[in-house]
Structures are given as C-alpha cells and as structure tokens.
Design a protein around this ligand. Structure first.
Ligand SMILES: Cc1cc2nc3c(=O)[nH]c(=O)nc-3n(C[C@H](O)[C@H](O)[C@H](O)COP(=O)(O)O)c2cc1C
Length: 199
C-alpha cells in the first residue's frame, strides 16, 4: 500500500494529456500496490501565491518569533512540505509551457524549497533532506523533445530533475506524452506514452 501525492499543473482538467498520463501511472501503482491512496493537489484550483517578502521573512525566522502575519505566510509552505513528507510517492503531472513549466508549478516549488527543512548547505555543498520517496513525472508537450533536434530546448525535464534531486528526490522516472499539438495526434500520443510506463 502506497500513499501517492498527485500534483497537477495543467489547468485543462479532463482534457489534460499530462493529467491523463499521470492517472495512468496511478492506476498502475494501484494495481501493483492494492489499497494505495491518492491525495490530489490541483495547483490551478488551489494556487500557491508568488513568494513575497512576507513569505521569505517567515521561511527564515525561528518559529518562536512568528507574528500572526508570518504564521499565515508560512502555512502554504508547511502544508505543501507536510504533504510530500506524508507520501511514499510523488507524482507531478505537468505540461511544457514555453519550454519550461507553468508558473503555478514554479510557485509550488518556491514554497517547498526551504533551507533547513527540505535542503541544507554543508561544507561539501547542498544536501537534500527529503529521503526515501519515489517520484514520477508525467510531462506533456505539443512538440517532441525526447530526441534531437529539439532535445536541448526542453528546460522542463532537466529543471524538474535538478530541482527535485536538490531536495534529495533522486529516484525519479519521467514519462512523456509528446506531439499533442499535431492535429488529431493527441490520443495516439497518449496511448504510446501509457505503453512506456514502467514503475
Ligand atoms: C501557454 C502555452 C505554452 C506552451 N508552450 C509549449 C512549448 O514550449 N513547447 C511545446 O512543445 N508545447 C507547448 N505548448 C503545448 C502544450 O505543451 C501541449 O498542449 C500539452 O499537451 C499541454 O499539456 P496538457 O494537455 O496537460 O494541458 C504550450 C501550450 C500553452 C497553452
């Protein structure tokens, strides 16, 4: 039995190829691990705010110095981090937008990167503090990036892998649904993508 945290970044709800690929991953996890549970965090339904000074001040302040304002500001971050800590598996379903990720996902990322909580700097460099979790990424793109000539234009997959690895989340598998922008090709691309899933 696994606890799955399902992070959804596409605003396209039932039409979203990345979300559909993500749900196919969930189905396979459930088949392999009966009784698994899913907590879904749709970043468009409950968006995280852009990190502002009030959030930064709270991130770096000791808890006993919190004001009501900083307590409220750090709550999004605490909740998001707790959700990850409670999960065995983190699934991120996201579109590629403008060669990278949608800003709702970046806002979530800015709330989970907390010095002393999810990473720390040591004499040997940065150390990720989130351990022992499996990560799956379901990435949808209108065009093709898994091979040249456009591979080097994909800033979404390398960025997510680098960032999550920085937090200690290094056991990561990424699956792509590509070419959704080609008229009529979306569903076939999704089928092909689902066939590539290996847990
Ligand atoms: C604002 C925006 C930016 C996009 N940028 C890219 C891009 O840089 N490269 C690409 O291949 N497709 C791009 N697309 C197409 C999406 O990646 C594609 O439609 C994908 O299927 C969206 O994921 P979803 O179906 O999960 O919403 C973009 C779409 C939107 C709406």
């Amino acid at each position: 039995m696994k606890k799955i945290l399902n992070i959804i970044a596409s605003p396209r709800a039932d039409e979203s190829f990345s979300s559909k690929l993500g749900y196919a991953i969930i189905e396979q996890i459930k088949e392999a691990n009966p009784g698994s549970t899913v907590q879904t965090r749709d970043l468009n339904l409950t968006p995280f705010p852009h990190v502002e000074v009030v959030h930064l001040a709270a991130f770096y302040a000791p808890e006993d110095s919190y004001t009501p304002e900083s307590k409220a500001a750090v709550q999004h971050s605490n909740e998001a981090i707790q959700e990850i800590m409670d999960a065995d598996i983190l699934l991120i379903s996201t579109p590629m937008w403008n060669f990278s990720i949608p800003s709702v996902l970046k806002a979530w990322i800015d709330h989970i990167a907390r010095a002393g909580v999810t990473f720390q700097y040591s004499e040997k460099g940065p150390v990720g503090l989130i351990k022992g979790k499996k990560v799956y990424i379901a990435l949808a793109s209108g065009s093709f990036y898994s091979a040249e000539p456009a591979q080097s234009l994909d800033f979404a997959a390398p960025y997510l892998k680098t960032f999550l690895g920085f937090l200690g989340l290094t056991d990561l598998s990424l699956f792509r649904v590509e070419g959704t922008g080609i008229p009529g090709a979306g569903d076939i691309s999704l089928e092909k993508a689902i066939a590539t899933i290996v847990l």
